[in-house]
Design a protein around this ligand. Structure first.
Ligand code: C2E
Ligand code: MG
Ligand code: MG
Ligand code: MG
Length: 285
């Protein structure tokens, strides 16, 4: 089975690192090209007020449509970006696009807060503060309408430094959100020490809540905790009307998921705003 164990370990290491090197060099070039020629773009997923169905925000989710491979899942290529040392480039691109979209939404009469995902690994360096500040200044997008969703918080290696960096990002006016809450170790420690004003309960807990009392108990406890801490709790991955109703009855304020809308193009968000489709969202709750 484990055929690799029959090789000399040193030989594997040498071969692997050379291959990695070549792979990473081509990966860097491919990512740079994809960013430059429009293969990488953003989809937007509405966040709604559970009580009213009102759209209260949109999360920008990166998409890569490779001409050969087709759509590459973000979870996969975000890892690749990290490996290839391209996380900063990707994040700058996403921030710029998102702020531009935010401005365009506003020009169309939709004054919508926009959320951008920020990898926890970017909180290991202060340069993220400079980046966000530059993008905000250049775009003129209102800082308090920008939410930074910190993903994979458990990967933060230095909470003191992360707290300082997030404090500076907050001072710029951005809102700081803890993504994928409940998944991975140390999430309560992160909640205690980092300046979050929102937390997003991971789909892992939301998906089974209508049939798993344990999941429901956890979700309700997190909603209660949100109240105590005076932070907004967002339910992620709401896939059906039953879950949405249960969330409403449990006092959840904000929800996001396929039941409300899949991530869509920028035009579609404007359409939701202009057309009666927003009514459909309202009728669901
Ligand atoms: P996330 O930030 O937790 O985003 C939510 C993910 O769940 C998105 O997947 C979204 O399409 C998906 N989703 C939303 N509602 C539902 C639902 O009802 N059911 C199911 N099954 N899925 C739902 P996506 O777009 O594939 O992104 C995956 C992850 O990749 C994101 O998770 C985020 O961690 C990361 N990501 C996406 N865009 C960026 C980005 O620009 N920068 C960084 N650093 N990470 C990003
Ligand atoms: Mg997110
Ligand atoms: Mg999430
Ligand atoms: Mg996620």
């Amino acid at each position: 089975e484990k055929t690799t164990e029959t090789f000399e370990p040193i030989a594997i290491a040498d071969t692997a690192s050379q291959e990695d090197l070549i792979w990473n060099i081509s990966l860097q070039a491919r990512i740079d090209a994809a960013l430059a020629n429009g293969e990488i773009y953003l989809a937007y997923q509405p966040k709604i007020m559970v009580q009213t169905g009102e759209i209260v925000g949109a999360e920008a989710l990166v998409r890569w449509n490779d001409p050969v491979k087709g759509h590459i899942p973000p979870d996969y290529f975000i890892r690749q970006c990290e490996t290839a040392g391209r996380m900063s480039q990707l994040t700058r691109f996403v921030l710029e696009e998102a702020c531009e979209a935010g401005n365009a939404f506003k020009a169309a009469g939709l004054n919508l807060p926009i959320a951008v995902n920020i990898s926890a690994t970017l909180l290991h360096e202060r340069s993220i503060v400079q980046m966000v500040s530059e993008v905000l200044a250049r775009s003129g997008f209102e800082p308090h309408h920008l939410t930074l969703e910190i993903t994979e918080t458990y990967r933060i290696s230095n909470l003191d430094l992360a707290a300082e960096i997030l404090g500076e990002l907050k001072a710029l006016g951005a809102k700081i959100s803890m993504d994928d809450f409940g998944v991975g170790a140390a999430s309560l420690e992160a909640l205690l020490r980092l300046p979050f004003c929102e937390l997003k309960i991971d789909r892992l807990f939301i998906a089974p809540m209508t049939h798993d009392p344990k999941a429901l108990g956890i979700v309700r406890s997190v909603l209660q905790m949100g109240k105590e801490l005076r932070i907004i709790v967002v339910a992620e991955g709401v896939e059906d009307a039953g879950t949405l109703t249960l969330l409403r009855d449990s006092g959840c304020q904000v929800a996001q998921g396929f039941a409300i809308s899949k991530p869509v193009t920028y035009d579609k968000i404007l359409q939701f705003h202009a057309s009666s489709e927003i009514q459909t969202l309202k009728n669901m709750v």
